[in-house]
Design a protein around this ligand. Structure first.
Ligand code: MG
Length: 382
């Protein structure tokens, strides 16, 4: 087992949020809130493994949120947060890590620097809390009137990840009685001294829809726009099974290529790779590799989308132009927009599908092939 494991606590039902979908699975910048947490811990070089503690009814939501990430098998939580953390800690017992970071699955903006501060703190302490001093004046309020002013000197707001020497926090949780609101409280109750490191204002907890909007703004402000260009051509032949932009068209035509030859998805995949400077589709999926024979090109697109996600980026917009005499694109445009939006996890308003001809000129004009060009706009961390 790695020396440091991150436990992401995501088993809450979030009654306060007022939505059917638990808040850790709400969409933030095109991905579930929880996925942001998982990716940020998974990509941290000092974190060896990441395990989520989930609600028993959320397995399908979790699987979708964690798709493609190299995670430890999730475990099911209990009736309270404290039960869930204890079950998560117990699940690591067979191969105990040296250190454990316990993080709320609804704090998606955790950054590598804060993880580093907590881990640095653990070099000299068995329990470390990231926290921020209270700067607003605090009032005690009863009904609708102020009862008094609370001295804020020495008051801090606790955040996560809270870091611990694994054996010590496991023992503290096993011994804990009454329900406590965070893990350093469990540590304190067992007599462990808790060191404090600086928290991060951006590491907000998603509690209500306004927090989600704020997190969305913070992510947007931290990203810089990049533009990528893609172009592709495939030969047309008689037959059937024509797939364009992920939509199978009822035409007596097919495109020739190693994969399903979806020229539109290939152009978009290249545009997305272009925003990362990550080569082209051929370098990721060489035609010489038999695995991609007849492959659904949605796989290639998803690979590019995942690379952008892993880089902490977000796809803002995709615009593709199909260039052909036939088939006629107009009748299928709405289906193509819907399919692309689904594949890219974008609202349909951020996907554009256009079509043109070459006025019967050249190979496209003679109906020998279809070309596609695409432009992708992606926000990436500076
Ligand atoms: Mg191609």
């Amino acid at each position: 087992m790695a020396d440091c494991v991150a436990l992401i606590v995501a088993s809450g039902r979030g009654q306060r949020f007022g939505a059917e979908l638990p808040k850790q699975y709400q969409q933030l910048a095109g991905r579930p809130v929880l996925r942001h947490c998982l990716e940020r811990f998974r990509s941290h070089p000092r974190v060896g493994g990441v395990r989520a503690v989930i609600h028993p009814q959320d397995r399908a939501l979790y699987d979708a949120a964690a798709r493609g990430l190299d995670m430890l098998e999730p475990v099911e939580g209990g009736p309270t947060r404290q039960d869930s953390v204890r079950l998560g800690l117990e699940s690591l017992c067979a191969a105990p890590p040296g250190l454990v970071l316990i993080h709320d699955g609804v704090r998606p903006l955790i950054d590598a620097a804060l993880i580093d501060r907590v881990l640095d703190g653990l070099a000299g302490h068995a329990a470390v809390l990231p926290a921020l001093p209270v700067t607003d004046t605090l009032k005690r309020v009863g009904a609708d009137r102020v009862l008094g002013t609370v001295e804020r000197q020495g008051l801090y707001r606790a955040q996560t990840p809270q870091g611990f020497v694994y054996d010590r926090i496991l023992a503290a949780h096993r011994a804990a009685g009454a329900e406590l609101t965070d893990d350093t409280a469990v540590a304190e109750a067992s007599g462990l001294a808790v060191a404090v490191v600086a928290g991060d204002e951006a590491n907000l907890k998603i509690t209500d829809p306004a927090d989600l909007a704020r997190a969305e703004r913070l992510i947007g402000c931290a990203l810089q726009p990049r533009t990528g260009l893609g172009f592709d051509v495939h030969r047309l032949a008689p037959g059937g099974g024509l797939v364009l932009l992920g939509v199978r068209l009822p035409e007596p035509l097919r495109l020739i290529g190693h994969s399903d030859a979806d020229v539109g998805l290939h152009a978009i995949t290249d545009a997305l790779l272009g925003t990362l400077g990550a080569g082209d589709i051929g370098s990721h999926f060489p035609p010489s590799d038999g695995r991609w024979a007849g492959a659904d090109s949605a796989l290639f697109l998803d690979h590019a989308r995942q690379l952008i996600g892993a880089a902490g980026g977000r796809i803002e917009h995709v615009d593709v132009t199909l260039i052909c005499e036939r088939p006629k694109i107009g009748p299928h445009r709405a289906a193509m927009v819907a399919r692309l939006a689904e594949l890219l996890a974008l609202p349909p308003a951020r996907v554009s599908v256009k079509a043109t001809t070459t006025e019967r000129l050249g190979f496209i004009g003679r109906g020998e092939g279809i070309a596609a060009q695409a432009v992708a706009t992606v926000g990436l961390p500076a």
